[in-house]
Design a protein. Sequence first.
Length: 190
Amino acid sequence: MKLVELIRQNSWLSIELTFLDIYPEEKKNISGYEEIFTQLVSMPVFETDMIIEIKREIGDFDNKEYIDISGRKKNRPKDQKEQEISYALEFTPWSEWLGMQIDKNTTRNFIELEIISRCLFEMTFVGFDENGIQEELNKINDTVEEYKLLTDEEKKIRTISLEDFKQQQFQISEKISKGTLMMLRKILKL
């Protein structure tokens, strides 16, 4: 089953109740989510080889359970290391989200309304406007390109090791929002 099928088979009212049960702090933005949902219902669908996986994970730093929403390729390579690769979907165009299959384990472990709610939250994690989301992705890509142009000495001065980052991240994790922390972990594959 594809995400678009789930979206078109369910009403916003049903989704809203589940969404607010999962993300009560988003009540202030609920009209924005409704607007996005309405757009998704009639948006053209772009076929993709990505599958949406939603699963329960245990955090590396706090050992607390969280729900991970990520993508994986339909036709995974035979190489075990390649099979374990998951992809962050936050910057994926919404029309591609609609064309993604939902992983069978996801449909077994989560009800439809929760799948839609979690995907909707993830789709809008960076913002409620696709152009704004694309601008954020462009900024990240620009930063990567700038990094590639640094000399080895400049890289040492301007960056820290992953181990140092993990230590700092652990020390400041209480000071930043859970959403920001989850996004950092996903981007850095922590």
